[in-house]
Every structure is written in structure tokens, then in C-alpha cells.
Design a protein around this ligand. Sequence first.
Ligand code: ATP
Ligand code: MG
Length: 567
Amino acid sequence: MTSSPQQTPPLSPTNFIHDIIDDDLKNQRLSSIVTRFPPEPNGYLHIGHAKSICLNFGLAEKYPGSSCFLRFDDTNPEKESEEYSEAIKRDIRWLGFAWNGAVRHTSDYFDKLYNYAVALIEQGKAYVCELPAAEIKSYRGTLTEAGKNSPFRTRSVEENLQIFAEMKEGAYPDGSRVLRAKIDMASPTISMRDPVMYRIRRVTHMRTADTWCIYPMYDFSHCLSDYIEGISHSICTLEFQDNRVLYDWFLTQLTSGPRPHQYEFSRLNFNYTVMSKRRLKTLVDEGAVASWDDPRMPTISGLRRRGYTPESIRNLCYRLGVSKRESILHINLLEESLRNDLNEVAPRAMAVLNPLLIEIENLRPSELIPLEAPNHPQKTEFGTRPLSFSRQLYIEHDDFMEQAPKDFFRLTLGGEVRLRYGFVIRCNRCEKDPTSGTITKLYATYDPETLNRKPEGRKVKGVIHWVDAASAVPLSVNLYDRLFTVANPSTLDNEGSDWRSALNPHSLEVKTGCFAEPVITGSKAGESFQFERLGYFACDTLSKPEKLVFNRAVTLKDSWSTRDHHP
Ligand code: ATP
Ligand code: MG
């Protein structure tokens, strides 16, 4: 397990999995541990996966001599692709983790798994079943009702071996037969009622191409892949709790010596979003978002593009800890974690999103006053940058009101305001569009005595951001809001509605014609700034030097908490 030292997160809170491992080490059941992160390459990783990644790779970091593997659980060829595996590897590396050795795949073990299946048949503990899928399901029974034995359950070992071999050779059509474990159709644990181990599927696999037309099921392949790799702690989410007996059953029948143990923890969930790959894929396929890495998506690639830092995600995962308690966390927690990190690391700059031109009447057109601004309000090591102040400036439209209420401390007609890191200006008059009446330009004078000094004899309460027009760099900016308008979109399906009906039509606002200080020139994707008073912004992946695009990663304060009181 390697990870650069500056990325090592703060000491993770201890959790029940640490207790289990500490106990295993203390009692010398093990001298080191081996974990794995086993994604199915059927979509991009989301923030929930980050929790599992931080947990599994984090354990290998915490316990000396330990390892964490990356294993693609590639047993569903119709849904899986290289694009997804590449994206998954990129995301894990970006989070700051490195898997031990080569990337592994369940498909690496297809031969071994087949042989294990044959061994189980030879023990008389597996059979080929020809019931149609619907009947396998209805025969399985319910929580309160025992299942019924399949009429194929009594097939001889020889017959099963022969048909299973024929299945592998492609003698039977897709879906016509399955291999099932012969366990107990009356078991109180439904996963033990003769679970399916193999199905027939003629789909070209991304790695094994058309070598196989039978593919193993998760419950059969996962425990054995863990065993083959020497995994000690196989950590998964709570929905697999009931499958643990089956996990252990296969290992008991087929293996000897040290074996992996499965432990479950609760999933990470956030409100105002969806986190199943199936739903995320629907959003992409239906064009509700532009791509898997659309900055509104809860995917790791979406968060990265939006401006999230690996540290903000890792810190959050470590702070949240690991437990068995199911909960849906407020998305504000994620945003707050980013704010805390960017506050430390993002240099400050000024940008104007709704520019209003001001002409400084007591400056000559060619006159330019050099100013200086700190790149961080507390951290002097960030240094300073030059700002120019000349006859034409942009301020935010909203920072001017012709006639303003008493509590409006920004610029008004005849009023004064301070330009951040610059002078106090007074607005003398405004120009309007004759038809719409909107203000198109302001005329002002600046007070040369007010640089870093209070104006004599008057109080100027407001400070606004601005950009010098002479050196302003044009950019466009994407502003984001929550992807859904309701806290739990997934539950709408149970209420007879469609989760997609809760998509927020205003989740993206594109602002063109914005201006920023020259300091943003040459920004590369992912580079971030705090645009003063506006939030933290990161350079988008589609940004070009001649056409800069920034995404607002997060606002400066949580602008939703007040809105939340009025659902
Ligand atoms: P989803 O249901 O969201 O599509 P999945 O569980 O099918 O995800 P996998 O690729 O099978 O996705 O997951 C890889 C690993 O990540 C598994 O060990 C799984 O338990 C874990 N994982 C998936 N979602 C979450 C989550 N929300 N919180 C924590 N761990 C998760
Ligand atoms: Mg899955």
C-alpha cells in the first residue's frame, strides 16, 4: 500500500472493523491483513464507493505489511466495459490510493471457478436445473413460507457433470438451464435455498471475449475469488448480510486452510441525489446530465470536475467513520468538507459574473494605478498579486441599486463603496437602456486618499469585488444547484411516481460574458480559486486557454439551510 505522505488523512476514528482486526492480530490468527475493493465495471464510481475505497485501502495503510487489491468483479458481460474499468482506476488513483500488484479480475479465475463448480457437483451438492427463471423464483418461497424442491434436484452426479460440461460447450440456449447449489429449500435464510451458481449467456466478455458462454453468479464467485487471492477481511455493504451464510457455505464445501471472512458496514447515502449506478446511468443515457462526469453527478469524476479535492472526500469518509447504522446524510456535509479544504488551499481572486461597467471619471483613459492584493487572507505564504485600477471597471450588477433601502451597503446613486483592495468610489450617475430601463453603465469618481485608509469624515460600510476592464479576462461560469428538488428521489418510485420527475430543472445555470482578473489565465482543469464573495470555482475539463470555463464547486456559505425549512 503506497500513498504520498501529504495525502495521508487525519487519524481515522476507530471502528468495529479495526476492533475485529486488532483482535485477529492479537490472537495471532493473522500477522497482517489483505483487503480488496471489488467494483463491477458497469458504471463510474460514486461518492458511496469512496467510502468503501477509503475503508479497504485505509486498512491496508493502517496495518503494517498489509495489502489491498483492486479486483474487477466482471461477471456480467452485457453491462461491463473497458471505459468503466479505466474510469474506476483513474478515480481510485485520484483519491490517493494505489492497489497492490496487478489489477485483478474475477474473470482471471473463470477456469478455477468452473473447476470448483465441478467439484461441488461431484460432492453431490450442485445440480443443473431446467426450471424457467420465473419458476425458480416462485419455487423459492418467501420469508414466511418454505420453498419447494426443483424436480431436477435429484439428478445423478454423472448426469449433472455431463450437462454442466455441455452448458459450457454451448449446447444449450441462453436461459435454458442454470447450475444451482443443493442446500436447503426450507432454510430460514432465503439465500440458502438452492442459489444459482452459473447461468448461460452468450455475450462477448470484455476480457475473455467468447471463450465462455456460462458465467458465475456473485455469491459463488465472490467468496472463492476472495479465497484465491488470500483476502483476510472481505468487507462489503449491509445488503450482503444475509448472503454471509452462503459465502461461508461455499468455502466450507470447497476450500481448506485459512479463509476469508465477510464483514458488513452501512452504505454512505446522501440526500438530494441518487447513488445507484443503474440510476446514474439512466441520467446519462437519457441526457438529464451531460455525462458521467457532469459536475452535478455524485460520481467521483463529477465531483472532481466540479472542483472537489481528494482530501475533502477522504477527510469526510474518515470523519464519518464506519458503522452498521443505515442513514441518509445531508449533502451539506459533503459541501462543508470541500469548503473547509478549499478555504485552506485555494488562492483568492476576483471575478464578476454579471458585469456592470463603471467609468472612473477622474482617471485619464490611459492612466493605470498598480495595486496589490493578498492571495490568501490568513496565509502570507500564498504571496500577493498585482491588480490594475484604470478608467473602466466591472462590478456586479447586483452590487448597485439606484435607490436602495437603508440596509443596502453596496453602491447607490450618490453613495460610496470600497472596491476590495482598492479605493473608495462615489457613483455620480447611471445610464439606462431607454426601452427596458435597465442600467447599462455607471459613472463614478475615486478618492485617491482612501487606499488602505479610511475616508476622512464619512463612513463607508460596503466593500465590493470588481475587475479592471483593461486587463479583464473573459470566462464563462457554470453555477450548480442540487440535482433533485426532493430529499429522497429514490423513494418516489415506491409512491407510484417516477424519481426522474424530481430532477431540478435549474440544477445548471451557465453564465457567459463574465470577467476575472488576469491571474486565472492559463488555468488548467481542476485548478481552483476562491472568487471573492462568490464561492470556490474550479477550471472545467472543457476549458481552453482562449475560452476559459470555471465551475462553481461550492458557495462560500451554505445557501440552502434557510431554504430547507420550507420544503
Ligand atoms: P450501486 O448499488 O450503487 O450501483 P454496487 O454496490 O453495485 O453499487 P459495486 O461495483 O458492486 O457497486 O461496489 C463495489 C464496492 O463498493 C462494494 O464492496 C460495495 O459494497 C461498495 N459500495 C457500493 N456502494 C456503496 C455505498 N453507497 N457506500 C459504501 N460502499 C459502497
Ligand atoms: Mg453491484
